[in-house]
Design a protein around this ligand. Sequence first.
Ligand SMILES: [Zn+2]
Length: 175
Amino acid sequence: MQHNLSCEQVIALLPFFVEEKLTDKLAKYVNEHLENCPECMEKYLQMKNMLNKLIDTHNIEIENPYVTKQYENFKTNLSAYIDNELDDLENIKIKKIAISNPLARQDLENIYTFKKLLHSSFEKTKNDMKTDYSKVIISNLRQDNKEIDPFFKLSALFFAILSIIIGGIIGFLYF
Ligand SMILES: [Zn+2]
């Protein structure tokens, strides 16, 4: 079965064809047309060329202009900067690079975000441990273990005294 796309239809589809975004079926029809139509084939090749150039320059832009010696130096000193281990002059250098170099700025932001994440997960762990610790105290008190840690004994005593005092106050007020 022959699917004859018109030149107009093919040209409308070309941008998608070049980027390989057509369904297999449609791509096949476009391909069939290109093989039989030198004019559309030429347009296709032009477009493909343009896209390749665009991809190339894009890649160069991402990889090169900001990876300078200054930036390499920044990377080396970054963790020392974060940990406040640099002197004032070096600190200013780092700040200057971060202002002028987007790549450096991104690195700095990333490392701060990472630090924050690390810190918050550390805080969370600390809080979890606190909760568990209080659970341990309570379960130890309930078990009335004979080999209780002195600290548990002390806190048990403290709670006992506290409840006597409170109980005394309540008793004094109400009875
Ligand atoms: Zn054509």
